[in-house]
Design a protein around this ligand. Structure first.
Ligand code: NI
Length: 388
């Protein structure tokens, strides 16, 4: 069964919503206009409940099916926030806010889920409850975490949750997912080193913080190459190294920032432990001190087996099984839908965006041809999981 007819008929309308959102991008939790548009539309569609302000600026809509024999409640989630990037496209609906753009397609995700909400509220051809979840601050702010902390799962009685992201690596009409870890944990690393500042011509009177820092950068790379099983995955990247102001002073302090990405909890534990050992050990070797601040930010996005197989079967209903890759290689990027998957079983799927600039690129644009595919996936998922 391909694209749902009623959804195909809504293609132009959903496209207009998407382009309006694209022209008005907002960052992190400051998605006030977007959340307002979402809440207003959900009410106009006739959702049974529309609740703004979940996880600060998140919005939740509740749609009951026509029958009421089932207590099943399925959550469908989209993200609403944009990125601090100056848009480099010439589309007529390009960002009206300089320095902010929808470079990750969250405008498309929000529009597709709105389309699904409209269809579901209109047809109600299911037995149970669909909960549409619009979250803020996916791009590093942990909006998903905030909605979970606000008690969203309990308040709306959600049993299962599903998420979707567009992928420029996939043609339009194709899907990809996998069981188990699909996206990485993203941990934040800060290292503060203290040596002993001195005149650059008298290094023997000081402790060279920059030399210590350089050794730390090198030695941290031994963790993945020497401590990690070669068949497992991990990334340690130092992305900032700040120290010194001039050419004739050996500075007293240095500061580094970095990220650690992992797909398995035991690998995450091992790398966290080794980072501290390496940093403190190298500093000690040189007579300096170093402090590691290690923060676990987004957890590993882990798809549950049963729900992943179910999601794949829905994608196959829309596109045909040959257009659904169920053995997607995991990616080391992170996704805060992980917080919801830690609370309830569910699955995260990628939908093809066709050939386009990459995610987070200033020339990226969500492809409106993906709308009928993504929206059909949402509505069939609800109708199939909770048949009337
Ligand atoms: Ni994104």
């Amino acid at each position: 069964m391909p694209i749902v007819n009623r959804v195909a008929a809504m293609h132009d309308e959903i496209t207009q919503w998407r382009r309006d959102l694209h022209a008005h991008p907002e960052l992190l939790f400051d998605v006030h206009r977007t959340a307002g548009v979402v809440a207003e539309k959900l009410k106009a569609f006739g959702c049974d409940e529309v609740v703004p302000g979940i996880g600060q600026t998140g919005v939740v809509g509740v749609i009951h099916g026509r029958k009421s024999g089932s207590n099943k409640v399925i959550g469908l989630r989209a993200d609403m926030d944009a990125l601090p990037i100056d848009e480099q496209t010439n589309v007529p609906y390009r960002s009206k806010t300089p320095g902010v753009m929808h470079a990750c397609g969250h405008d498309g995700h929000t529009a597709m889920l709105l389309g699904a909400a409209k269809y579901l509220a209109e047809t109600r051809n299911f037995d149970g409850t669909a909960v549409v979840i619009f979250q803020p601050a996916e791009e590093g702010g942990g909006g998903g975490r905030e909605m979970v902390k606000d008690g969203m799962m309990e308040r709306f009685g959600i049993n299962e949750v599903y998420g979707m992201h567009n992928s420029p690596d996939l043609p339009i009409g194709e899907f990809a997912l996998r069981r188990g870890p699909v996206m990485a944990a993203a941990d934040k690393l800060r290292i503060d080193i203290e040596g002993k500042g001195t005149h650059a011509a008298k290094p023997h009177l000081g402790i060279d913080t920059i030399l210590v820092g350089a050794q730390i950068v090198n030695q941290l790379q031994s963790i993945v190459s020497r401590n990690l099983d070669p068949l497992q995955s991990g990334v340690v990247s130092i992305c900032t190294f700040k120290s010194g102001d001039t050419d004739n002073v050996i500075p007293q302090t240095a500061m580094m920032l970095g990220t650690v990405r992992t797909l398995m909890p035991e690998v995450q534990d091992m790398i966290e432990k080794r980072v501290s050992e390496v940093v403190e050990g190298v500093a000690k070797l040189h007579g300096a001190t170093a402090k590691v601040t290690y923060v676990r930010n987004y957890p590993i996005t882990i798809n549950h087996d049963k729900q992943t197989d179910f999601a794949a079967s829905i994608a196959a209903q829309i596109s045909g099984a040959n257009k659904v890759n169920t053995d997607l290689a995991p990616v080391m990027g992170a996704e805060d839908f992980s917080f919801m998957l830690n609370e309830r079983p569910g699955a995260f799927i990628f939908v093809g965006n066709g050939e386009s600039a990459g995610l987070h690129h200033p020339a990226y644009n969500f492809n409106d041809d993906a709308i009928p595919v993504g929206t059909s996936y949402w509505v069939r998922l609800v109708e199939t999981a909770m048949p009337a």
